[in-house]
Design a protein around this ligand. Structure first.
Ligand SMILES: C[S@@+](CC[C@H](N)C(=O)[O-])C[C@H]1O[C@@H](n2cnc3c(N)ncnc32)[C@H](O)[C@@H]1O
Length: 320
C-alpha cells in the first residue's frame, strides 16, 4: 500500500471514525482507488491531506452523497479541485474553542490586550462577545449581542474555576500566515466548507460568530509567529496586560526546535501571559508534566504550566 493510501486509511480510522461517517467512507475509498491516488500523486506531498482534498472537492462540486459521486467529481473537476488544494490550506476557525480559554482569561485582571497567533479569520479573538454554557454555570453574551451571539456548550469538570464575567479586552489583534477575510465571499465559503459535513451545529455557530465579526472586525495581520509577534506586541497599549493565545496552530510549525523556541520566548517574556491550547504531541515537555494523558484531547498550558485538558473543538474542559 502506498504512503498516501496509508495516510488516508489512518485518517479514516484515527480522525474520521465516530466524527464523520462520510469522511471515514471517502477516506477508505481513496485508500483503495487507483484514480484518486493518481490524482493525489500529482500534487506536492504537503497538499495531499484528506481534510484539504475533501473540503476542496465539496467547495467545487458540492458534498458527495456517495463514493460514486466522489469519483464523478474527481473525474469531472480534477483541475478545479487541484487548484483549490494548491492555493488554500486547512484553516478551520473554531470559535467554540473560546469556551476552554475563557476560565483562564476571566481570571486575568483587565484591561487585556489580546493577541492570537494563527488566528485564521480571527473568530477566537472575540471571546468577550460570546455566551458559554458549561453545564453547571452559564455566562450569557453581553447585552449588545444577547439575542444573536452563539452560546458555546462546553462540559466543565467540577474543579474548573468558572467566573461569572467576561474578560475585559480593550485591544485585540491576530497574526496568521494567510489571514482569511470574512468580508470576502470566497474566504467565507472556504471557512464554512472546512467544517465537516455532519457538524451542522458547528456551522450554525460559526455563522453566528461571523455576524459578530462583521460588526467588531477583528484585525488579523499577515505574518509568521516565529518572526512577527514582537511587532504586534509592541503595538499593544502600555497600560494593558498582554495575553498571547493560540489554539490548534503550533502543530503546523513543522520543527520541534521552532515550537520550543517560541515557547521559551513566551515564558521568558515577563510582559506577556501565554495561553497555549494544542494537541498533546505539540509540546511533549508540557504533556509529560500534565499527569495522566488524554490522547484525543488538547492540553491547555498557561505560562508553561499544564492547566486543563480540553476538547479539540472546545466541547469539554477538565481542569488539572
Ligand atoms: C487550524 S487553524 C486554527 C485557527 C484558530 N486558531 C482556531 O483555533 O480556530 C491554524 C492556523 O494557523 C495558521 N498558521 C500556521 N502556521 C503559522 C505560522 N507559522 N505563523 C502564523 N500562523 C500560522 C494557519 O494559517 C491557520 O490559519
Amino acid at each position: 500500500m502506498s504512503a498516501i493510501a496509508q495516510r488516508y486509511q489512518r485518517f479514516a480510522h484515527a480522525e474520521a471514525a465516530g466524527r464523520s461517517a462520510l469522511y471515514e467512507t471517502l477516506a477508505l475509498h481513496v485508500a483503495q482507488s487507483p484514480d484518486a491516488l493518481a490524482f493525489l500523486e500529482r500534487l506536492p506531498p504537503s497538499r495531499q491531506q484528506p481534510n484539504l482534498l475533501f473540503a476542496a472537492l465539496r467547495l467545487v462540486a458540492g458534498t458527495p452523497a456517495s463514493t460514486a459521486d466522489f469519483d464523478h467529481a474527481i473525474d469531472q473537476h480534477a483541475s478545479a479541485i487541484a487548484e483549490v488544494m494548491l492555493t488554500r490550506t486547512t484553516q478551520t476557525n473554531e470559535p467554540g474553542r473560546c469556551a476552554v480559554l475563557l476560565p483562564s482569561l476571566a481570571r486575568i485582571e483587565g484591561p487585556i490586550a489580546l493577541i492570537e497567533v494563527g488566528a485564521s479569520a480571527g473568530l477566537c479573538l472575540l471571546p468577550d462577545f460570546y455566551g458559554y454554557d458549561w453545564g453547571r454555570h452559564t455566562l450569557m453574551p453581553p447585552a449588545q449581542f444577547f439575542t444573536n451571539a452563539p452560546v458555546f456548550a462546553c462540559k466543565a469538570s467540577d474543579n474548573t474555576p468558572l467566573l461569572a464575567r467576561h474578560p475585559e479586552i480593550v485591544w485585540r489583534a491576530g497574526l496568521d500566515l494567510s489571514p482569511l477575510d470574512l468580508s470576502n465571499a470566497g474566504d467565507l465559503a472556504w471557512l464554512e466548507t472546512l467544517v465537516w459535513p455532519e457538524h451542522q451545529d458547528r456551522l450554525a455557530r460559526l455563522r453566528k460568530a461571523n455576524q459578530i465579526a462583521q460588526i467588531e472586525r477583528p484585525r488579523v495581520e499577515a505574518g509568521d509567529l516565529r518572526q512577527d509577534l514582537p511587532t504586534l506586541i509592541a503595538q499593544a497599549p502600555k497600560e494593558a496586560t498582554i495575553v498571547v493565545i493560540h489554539t490548534a496552530v503550533l502543530s503546523y510549525v513543522a520543527e520541534q526546535s521552532d515550537r520550543d523556541a517560541f515557547a521559551a520566548s513566551m515564558i521568558a517574556n515577563t510582559r506577556v501571559i501565554w495561553l497555549s491550547n494544542e494537541g498533546l504531541r505539540t509540546f511533549p515537555q508540557f504533556a509529560a508534566a500534565a499527569g495522566p494523558l488524554y490522547q484525543d484531547m488538547f492540553l491547555l498550558v498557561v505560562d508553561g504550566h499544564p492547566t486543563a485538558w480540553t476538547g479539540p473543538h472546545g466541547q469539554e474542559i477538565r481542569w488539572i
